[in-house]
Design a protein around this ligand. Structure first.
Ligand SMILES: [Zn+2]
Length: 202
């Protein structure tokens, strides 16, 4: 299985930072994907950066890259995780919303199984923190037809790793313990999903 890691935005994407400007989403997403890549490499799992560049890469190009890998290896052998940090306001002031969430497209696909594995891992790695869920269709993930999810041919999920306009969430993300909890939950979620998939040779 190939794990595609998408880091969401570029240094040139407007907004996407904490109200005080110190926390930049593009940089933190790159830190997370780099850590996850390193950990997966140690585990012998093939993971790749969808966007090695620093600048923003338009969504159609991100999906083209993902689909080229799906074409090459088979879309049932590839999964995509797009990592983001949430925001509740317009970036000008600190807000109250907190918590972790994972999105899939609407309807039931293999991405829902991946998202459920990530929620399980979030429960243990983010104890006492709010997990934002939508159980209306029987599983915990939130559903939104985000471009990257909709136009990638492999199972794809988008994680919103706490809020960059919440003071407590930002403090957690900037702590060693907090950042490792976010990394660990992705690793555990991926491993949990891989162990459940029958198509993956052991
Ligand atoms: Zn984002």
């Amino acid at each position: 299985m190939i794990i595609l890691l998408d880091n969401g935005h570029g240094f040139d994407t407007p907004g996407k930072q904490s109200p005080d400007g110190f926390f930049r989403e593009y940089a933190y997403n790159r830190f997370l994907t780099a850590e996850i890549h390193e950990r997966l490499t140690v585990l012998g799992i093939d993971s790749r950066f969808l966007v090695p560049e620093r600048e923003d890469i338009p969504l159609p190009e991100r999906c083209r890259r993902a689909n080229a890998i799906c074409e090459q290896f088979g879309s049932d052998q590839v999964i995509l995780l797009s990592l983001h940090i949430n925001a509740a306001g317009n970036g000008q002031q600190w807000m109250n919303a907190r918590g972790w969430s994972c999105y899939t497209t609407r309807g039931e696909t293999r991405a829902d199984a991946l998202a459920s594995c990530l929620y399980e891992a979030a429960k243990t790695n983010l104890p006492g923190m709010r997990l934002r869920t939508d159980y209306s269709d029987g599983d915990p993930d939130q559903e939104e037809n985000f471009y990257i999810l909709r136009y990638s041919r492999c199972p794809a999920v988008l994680t919103e790793n706490l809020f960059m306009d919440n003071l407590e969430d930002v403090a957690f993300l900037e702590s060693l313990e907090g950042s490792m909890a976010i990394v660990n939950l992705h690793i555990e979620g991926i491993l949990r999903f891989a162990s459940k998939e029958t198509t993956i040779p052991s």
